[in-house]
Design a binder for this molecule. Structure first.
Ligand code: FES
Length: 109
């Protein structure tokens, strides 16, 4: 079985296209594993650091959904660069429905 595809657009404009993402991994883990610049994951996926902040491409927003209250509170730590499509990618598990997903990595503060 081939993996799922996800594209991270780094803050420097470089696009990291990953084609072997495994369902069940978080997008933070996938990004870190592939050396995506700006996906730091300081808290290890605990929804506490906001160093895995991404902007979800418009066409994927409906399937990805909105942050829950805990994630929204953590996003408040970086409120100056938050947008309506902000998510913490440690809180999103890769799944078949997200095959082809495109994310823009938020700038590191
Ligand atoms: S890795 Fe810390 S909030 Fe996502």
């Amino acid at each position: 079985m081939s993996g799922l595809k996800v594209t991270f657009v780094q803050d420097d404009g470089v696009e990291k296209v990953i084609e072997d993402a495994t369902p069940g991994q978080s997008l933070m883990e996938i990004g870190r594993f592939h050396g995506v610049a700006g996906i730091v994951g300081d808290c290890g996926g605990g929804c506490a650091c906001a160093t895995c902040h991404v902007y979800v491409d418009e066409k994927w927003q409906a399937v990805i959904g909105k942050p829950d209250d805990i994630e929204a509170a953590t996003l408040d730590m970086v409120s100056e660069i938050c947008r309506d499509n902000s998510r913490l990618c440690c809180q999103i598990q890769m799944r078949k429905e997200l095959d082809g997903l495109r994310l823009v990595v938020a700038p590191n503060l």
